[in-house]
Write a protein that binds this ligand. Structure first.
Ligand code: ATP
Ligand code: MG
Length: 436
């Protein structure tokens, strides 16, 4: 498949000058000069090249060095007054510049996979071998920055053609077996660019899924891939695709097949848009809303089993557990027929994380509950600020102890319900209810 002679040698300097920001082009020119002086061939590769050809801005510069990448990263760092951080085992570095922008630097390398899903063993190599270890044709292009053929596109796998046709295509049939992460990456790029996964690629992807290769990924890699997918601009497109390809069931068999759950998932987007318009205290972490949404319809026992089987990092599972409990309670409280007092609405919403608020609104899907959320964030939250402090209560003759939280709760409720407005009125309330 790989044929150096057939690789395109199209000059892309004009395109780069036209599309890149001046500073970025100047940076690449400086890197080229430093590479000349260091007597190594340096290339910019991967997503940067793909996005240049798609005319999409990409600030992540990934350099490939034929030679010692770590030495070159250190040279770059000293020339640009930045810092180089290196991973000797993988021959990779990141150079952090003064403006905090980052340049990834790697030695051109070949990879061997000791077993499917394992981290590869790496060996220093040339750009052609480096490009042939990559995931998809559209991600396997490079631009040489210095020496002979500088600013030419290197495209051994017809990546440019696939970009034009909108295809995600692997470089060889064993690609998904070598690294099942690519299953998620294929969906990520398919959904981001609204491309199609080429037929043969799709067939080998399905094979890898049916052979349960995803289970061979470490939980950290799996979590990372899912997180990246859900951070894409169209997370629900990615979720749909995972569902269609039976990927979700593959790692969490109890995930609901119930249509109403999927309909609810599809509402997340509009609830998030609505949430943008109200002054939430903390912006919800969008990927987490979708992620938790996947598990929210499960019964408690199935949820706990899923948590056990997936052994997510403790931080994630305890966050899900706590949000889940609060959502269930909030739903029950809000279901009561009586119109709740403002202080009751405050009590319900003040316990919810931003992500739980979104999931609650999705689950309830009612104008009434939306109105309560808007009232909480627009009004009750501000109204709840009490003027009296613990010191004031002591000065009024109260003994510090658990009673203080009862006093503050009474003051807050009274403020939210409009019974108390000023500091003086707070004093009257404390005297009448707690000091007699
Ligand atoms: P993004 O815009 O999402 O960052 P990207 O193409 O830059 O997309 P990265 O994950 O940053 O993706 O990886 C950089 C490059 O490294 C890819 O373009 C691809 O060539 C290569 N690559 C990354 N992950 C893999 C993988 N699992 N298998 C093979 N090649 C990979
Ligand atoms: Mg990238």
């Amino acid at each position: 498949m790989f044929d150096k002679k057939n690789g395109s040698m199209k000059d892309v300097k004009g395109l780069m000058k036209k599309q890149l920001q001046k500073g970025q082009m100047a940076l690449l020119n400086s890197i080229a000069q430093i590479a000349d002086r260091a007597d190594v061939n340096v290339y910019v590769a991967g997503g940067f090249v793909r996005d240049l050809l798609l005319n999409i801005q990409n600030l992540d510069i990934d350099l490939v060095v034929e030679g010692n990448g770590i030495d070159f990263a250190e040279t770059l760092a000293s020339e640009f007054n930045g810092i180089a951080k290196s991973h000797a085992r993988f021959g990779t570095s990141v150079v952090i510049l003064k403006d905090q922008s980052r340049i990834d630097v790697a030695m051109a390398r070949m990879e061997y996979y000791p077993r499917s899903g394992a981290l590869p063993k790496v060996e220093r190599s040339s750009i052609d071998k480096d490009l042939s270890r990559r995931d998809f044709t559209v991600n396997s292009m490079a631009i040489k920055l210095n020496g002979q053929g500088a600013f030419c596109l290197i495209d051994f796998f017809n990546g440019e053609m696939d970009l034009k046709a909108g295809f995600i295509r692997v470089l060889h049939d064993r690609s998904f077996i070598e690294d099942p992460c690519r299953i998620f990456r294929a969906i990520r790029f398919e959904q981001r660019f609204k491309f199609s996964i080429e037929d043969q690629t799709k067939a080998s992807m399905k094979n890898a899924i049916e052979s349960n290769l995803i289970n061979q990924l470490s939980r950290t890699r799996l979590m990372n891939e899912i997180k990246l997918l859900l951070k894409e601009p169209d997370p629900i497109g990615c979720v749909d695709r995972m569902q269609e390809l039976s990927i979700l069931q593959n790692f969490a068999p109890d995930i609901s097949n119930d249509d109403s759950h999927w309909l609810a998932m599809k509402k997340i987007d509009s609830v998030l848009a609505w949430g943008e318009m109200i002054p939430m205290l903390k912006k919800p972490e969008i990927w987490f809303v979708y992620f938790h949404g996947l598990f929210i319809a499960m019964e408690d026992a199935a949820f706990e089993q899923a948590m056990e089987r997936l052994h997510f990092p403790d931080k994630i599972s305890s966050r899900m557990r706590s949000d889940r409990a609060h959502i269930v309670k909030a739903k029950r409280d809000l279901n009561e027929r009586r119109e709740p007092k403002p202080s009751k609405i405050y009590d319900i919403f003040s316990k919810l994380s931003s992500e739980a608020v979104i999931l609650l609104l999705v689950a309830c899907s009612s104008e009434r509950v939306n109105r309560y959320a808007a009232l909480y964030f627009n009004q009750y939250y501000m109204l709840a600020k009490i003027k009296l402090t613990s010191d004031d209560l002591i000065e009024m003759g109260m003994e510090p102890g658990p009673i203080f939280s009862d006093v503050f709760k009474a003051l807050r409720d009274a403020r939210i319900n409009g019974q108390v407005v000023s500091r003086d009125e707070e004093v009257v309330l404390v005297e009448s209810q707690f000091l007699q």
